[in-house]
Design a protein around this ligand. Structure first.
Ligand code: VNL
Length: 390
């Protein structure tokens, strides 16, 4: 009798342990600005992450996947760090993801290192981010990677004569990267940069800066502003009649992001930018993605912020499949290194050494299509371009 009870007790314990394991979800702590000046980034990223789950289910390798979304407001690194800490300590997340802006990714990096939890950066773009923790993997882009091709295009193209330029960048990590790489590439190819101007990171007023550009009268103005600020730049550019002065507006695709194109006026037409994603990218994978994204989000057009998060979820799902349901953070990280797949943006790969994204960078022109809608139409490409650094 006593023996039977013991066995029954052991069986009960075993059953409880098994149930506890099966019921333990795989948790992804997704930190992104949903409020404040960069809320549009969070809106896109959350839509991208949710669409991936909607299409691929919430069970991977026999484990239920739980997406925990946290709004960090976008401007306080200390807030992002505290949220990352809470997600790791209290929620015991298996992966951290998101990170809308560079200072926020920098702030959370030590938490990922201490907790040995992979940190998938789906939005921020300063080159050095991947060096801040061996647990960081990036699915967005780097500013040197997206800037070098437009700087080269400015000098190499046969249609528009661009001998002089002024740079205008947001005054923080990605802007400094963009400025440095633009000046270097453009100058090496014989161009002359007349002046480098920096605007505040959040809520800038571009009017005085653009007046200065008008006075300098360069052949081109190169702009990097973070996602969400492009409309304001274009409005001021138009109001000051810079195009009539013969100043060509060029930049990285952050300025003319896809979800803003419908609300930008025709002043956007003709602007040449380089970037890793356009909603008009011509592939079956992208057409299906853009359609599904719009259907799930009241017609919203997918932008590079949505794609970064969508691909971030793919990376996490595939790593979990490959490393198995009981994988540690280190095992998940190992599975992510070297992963390659077809994204809506084209083929992409995670460089196993740097943990950074390798991808095509396209040169695009803003055009009106036959259906009357404005898109960034890709016309040239630098294939599988690694971050060149600064
Ligand atoms: C960053 C880079 C942020 C590019 C962006 O939008 C962007 C960053 C919020 O590294 O902070 O478009």
């Amino acid at each position: 009798m006593r023996k039977f009870a013991k066995i029954a007790l052991a069986a009960a314990c075993f059953a409880t342990a098994a149930v506890a394991h099966a019921a333990e979800p795989f948790k992804i702590g997704f930190i992104i600005p949903m409020t404040g000046p960069f809320a549009s980034t969070g809106k896109q990223a959350v839509a991208g992450a949710k669409l991936y789950m909607q299409q691929h289910g919430d069970e991977v390798a026999g484990r239920k996947v739980e997406l925990i979304i946290k709004d960090d407001g976008g401007v306080q690194p200390e807030t992002t760090k505290r949220i990352a800490q809470e997600l790791v300590v209290q929620d015991k997340v298996n992966v951290l993801a998101g990170f809308g802006l560079t200072p926020l990714a920098f702030a959370a990096a030590p938490i990922a290192t201490q907790a040995k939890v992979p940190m998938v950066v789906t939005a921020a773009g300063t080159s050095s981010i991947v060096q801040k923790s061996p647990y960081i993997v990036r699915t967005s882009m780097t500013l040197p990677q997206t800037t070098a091709p437009i700087a080269a295009w400015a000098r190499d193209n046969k249609d528009v004569k661009i001998d002089t330029a002024v740079t205008l960048v947001a005054d923080y990590g990605p802007g400094h990267d963009a400025e440095k790489v633009f000046v270097k590439t453009f100058t090496e190819k014989g161009g002359k940069v007349l002046e480098s101007i920096r605007s505040p990171m959040a809520n800038p007023d571009f009017s005085a800066f653009l007046q200065r550009v008008r006075d300098l009268k360069p052949d081109a103005l190169f702009v990097f502003v973070p996602s969400g600020q492009g409309t304001a730049v274009l409005k001021q550019f138009k109001e000051r009649n810079l195009a009539a002065e013969g100043i060509n507006l060029i930049g990285t695709g952050d300025m003319v992001e896809d979800d803003l194109m419908p609300s930008m006026g025709d002043e956007v037409l003709g602007i040449i930018t380089s970037h890793h994603y356009s909603a008009a990218h011509d592939s079956e994978t992208n057409k299906e993605f853009v359609k599904a994204f719009a259907e799930a989000n009241d017609g919203m057009r997918a932008s590079f912020m949505g794609v970064g998060a969508y691909d971030g979820m793919h990376l996490i799902y595939e790593a979990l499949k490959k490393a198995g349901p009981d994988a540690t953070g280190d095992e998940l990280l190992a599975a992510m290194k070297g992963m390659e797949w077809e994204s809506p943006r084209g083929p992409i790969r995670i460089d196993p050494e740097t943990r950074d994204i390798v991808q095509n960078i396209y040169i695009r022109e803003a055009k009106k299509l036959d259906n009357g809608e404005r898109y960034n139409v890709e016309f040239d490409v630098v294939e599988m371009f690694k971050d060149p650094g600064v």
